[in-house]
Design a protein around this ligand. Sequence first.
Ligand SMILES: NC(=O)c1ccc[n+]([C@@H]2O[C@H](COP(=O)([O-])OP(=O)(O)OC[C@H]3O[C@@H](n4cnc5c(N)ncnc54)[C@H](OP(=O)(O)O)[C@@H]3O)[C@@H](O)[C@H]2O)c1
Length: 370
Amino acid sequence: MAAAASYPSTSWRARSSLTPFNSSLQPQVRAPRIAVPATRTEARSQVAPSAMQSSSTRHRLEAVSHDHKTIPERLAVVTGGNRGIGLEVCRQLALQGVTVILTARDEKRGKDAVESLCHESSLSNVIFHQLDILDDNSRASLARYIESRFGKLDILVNNAGVGGVAVDQDGLRALNIDPKVWLSGKAVDLIQSVIVQTYDEAVKCINTNYHGLKWVTEALLPLLKQSTSGACIVNTTSLRSELKRMPNEKLRNELRNVDIWDETRIEVMLNEFLDDLKNEWLEEAGWPTMLPAYSMSKTVVNLYTRILAKRHPEMRINCVHPGFVNTEINWNTGIIPPEEGARGAVKVALLPQDGPTGCYFDQTELGEAW
Ligand SMILES: NC(=O)c1ccc[n+]([C@@H]2O[C@H](COP(=O)([O-])OP(=O)(O)OC[C@H]3O[C@@H](n4cnc5c(N)ncnc54)[C@H](OP(=O)(O)O)[C@@H]3O)[C@@H](O)[C@H]2O)c1
């Protein structure tokens, strides 16, 4: 893994959030002071043999006593941590010595996931807390728990998400779509018989992927402000959010200019999108037609990331596309394992205090989405 180097703060800040990143700048991205395991096997080999023993030791070493409470040096919350990419983000952060609150909407699935991390990777620094990101009480309960037990939060990984379509999985498998065609968006006609964008699924998708993420962030922001190491928020996005995929040129240009957007304007746009979807007017109005609701939900996740980054320059707030990862969200059609898909979020979660903010990462590298 690349050597440690600190980010020159001025150049990062100067290039922050609001202008699209030119990929020619990418070579300047240096790996933060971490070694992110590429695979679970590598992760194991990095900690073993001394340890398996040492990850928990490191965790204990990081803890400092404060007002009779044990406060970890770095505390992270991961949403949707019970499976897929979220579970691997929890594992890799914990292997880096971060105390992780693995959250899941289902208590049993979440506790089983913590148990699996404890047994498979000998991690004792992963705690379970229930969180349904769409439930007010659940979000408030998590915030109260963190406030009373730790008084602060350092890292929030907004990972939970849904695909937002109804799928005939056997039919999709039978089509045997080339991943390159799938990723290019050219499969839109091919999949029409097996993937259906219903209005109800679209509402659920936007609610979960955007509103849920925003509500969790709002609930935990007061705790992130208490971080002494400079908080990090990582929002999980998708290449479906890239503005080059947005057919409506006027909207595409408007979306590039973060200065004209706020949460209210985002709501207006999403309502227009849902109205057009209901009236079967998507193509005519120039909305994305490949996984429309999912694409729009991630487009606004990017926008919200940039709005927040501008509002909270003291934090690093970025979005990450994990790659085409083999998980349930894409009916296990992805081409990289969750271990690899988690690496981007982990790298961005551990960025140094003067690291980039308001940016889009395509896996572990800066990318261009707007
Ligand atoms: N896989 C890919 O190729 C890919 C590509 C781009 C972006 N992403 C993004 O990566 C993130 C993780 O997806 P994944 O691939 O790991 O898919 P996944 O295996 O389907 O995991 C999705 C996770 O989100 C959780 N979730 C859904 N709704 C929730 C809610 N209301 N409250 C709390 N948790 C909720 C699920 O919990 P349950 O187990 O309870 O359902 C599950 O833990 C998503 O944001 C997705 O959009 C994935």
